[in-house]
Design a protein around this ligand. Structure first.
Ligand code: GLA
Length: 395
């Protein structure tokens, strides 16, 4: 999620020891610990989470890390290694979302959500470092929230299970940050595992870890960050969510999760044209997630390309959350050897993923960069990701 602060540039991650000494320099003592949580890429299952459907994201090898020390008073002091924003001070007894600036909304939102649960959070000193690109649709905000909640869960001795931490961070996003998002991102960040995608049933929070490794199949997962900034606190995400709720209401089901592919024909007669297309995306996307899980188990990553492509077309044409830069990233990578590609995350900007044979990687990278230059778009950032561990303490 973009915080609209261009000074918040992300650079290479600090080593843990360097983060600890930076903490000591700024706060005059050592932290109680350092916690880390990853960003995520969604393999497939977009805008299905708040429809109580299925998603298949994975935690990536780009992380937010927080060094934290509890304080004996109610003061909160927040500092990041990002440029631009100095020390932010707040007080536990008067958390104010309207006054919170930039990235500080995320730790403050988590503290607020824990307080809503009756958990007594101490004052803290916190230093953040992150190499999850901001506003790229890779859940930089959830990485921060999940690192912070992991730290506070331990420091308060609250002993929350992952499912409860997922709901607390969702409440922070929805009611403090003001983004009406679902539970996918924090579930991937908290529950991800190396070499696996997280197959999540968003109705029950049941998780199945699905082996997903591109490399043994001769593939790489490329992320193409279009650099088109987006924010889910803006109107597009909320209006899609409202269409889905309207669709479920008209069809008389608790959530679109309960509509099957076979129900779609009848649904087309009951819904207005736009709502029908929104519903069709969600219903077909849920089905594609289930098919992807099955294909991965039977045939491995080389078999899922067509499903990634179909997911993108559905987001472009039915859900209408893509943008010209994302479409170009997808088309250029497909035309130059990727076996499947789609935008990933909430849409309206951010990143695309392209599952690409190792032998075609250089060609795909060059083709995407050239296509962006020809179209007069800014240079995209292209990098590989692999499924990595979920949130944990690192020091
Ligand atoms: C954002 C939200 C998620 C999910 C995706 C779309 O990443 O945070 O909850 O809705 O968009 O799949």
């Amino acid at each position: 999620m973009s915080n609209g602060n261009s000074a918040d540039a992300v650079s290479a991650p600090l080593e843990t020891a360097a983060l600890i000494s930076r903490f000591e320099e700024n706060f005059g003592r050592l932290p109680d610990g350092v916690w880390q949580a990853p960003g995520r890429v969604n393999l497939i299952g977009e805008h299905t989470d708040y429809n109580e459907g299925f998603v298949l994201p994975f935690a990536i090898d780009k992380t937010a890390r927080v060094a934290v020390a509890a304080r004996p008073d109610s003061t909160i002091r927040l500092l990041s290694t990002y440029g631009g924003q100095g020390l932010t001070t707040a007080d536990l007894t008067s958390l104010d979302s309207a006054a919170a600036r930039g990235w500080t909304k995320y730790p403050l939102g988590v503290i607020w959500a824990l307080q809503q649960r009756g958990i007594e959070v101490p004052g803290i000193d916190l230093l953040l470092d992150s190499d999850v690109p901001l506003g790229a649709g890779l859940s930089s905000s959830h990485a921060i929230e999940c690192a912070v909640i992991s730290a506070l869960n331990e420091l308060t001795g609250a002993g929350l299970q992952a499912e409860e931490m997922v709901l607390a961070t969702q409440q922070a996003e929805n009611d403090f940050v003001g983004a009406p998002t679902g539970i996918m991102d924090q579930s991937a960040s908290l529950r991800g595992a190396k070499g696996h995608a997280v197959f999540l049933d968003c109705r029950t929070q049941e998780v199945q870890l699905v082996p997903f490794e591109a490399e043994p199949a001769g593939l790489v997962m490329l992320v193409i960050d279009t650099k088109v900034q987006h924010s889910h606190a803006d109107g597009g995400y909320a209006s899609r969510r409202a269409s889905c709720e309207l669709g479920a209401e008209v069809l008389g089901v608790p959530a679109l999760r309960d509509v099957t592919v076979d129900d779609l024909e009848e649904a087309s007669g009951l819904l207005d044209e736009v709502t029908f297309r929104r519903v069709r995306h969600v219903v077909m996307e849920n089905d594609r997630v289930l098919q992807t899980v099955e294909l991965l188990a039977r045939q491995g990553p080389g078999a899922i390309g067509a499903l990634l492509d179909a997911s993108h077309v559905s987001m472009r044409d039915d859900f209408e959350i893509s943008c010209p830069e994302l479409d170009l990233a997808v088309d250029a990578s497909r035309r130059n050897g990727a076996i499947g590609a789609r935008m990933t995350g909430g849409g309206f900007g951010g990143a695309a993923i392209a599952l690409t044979p190792v032998a075609a990687e250089a060609e795909v990278r060059a083709a995407v960069v050239n296509a962006f230059a020809d179209a007069g778009y800014g240079k995209p950032d292209i990098f590989t990701v692999t499924p990595a561990a979920g949130a944990h303490r690192i020091s």
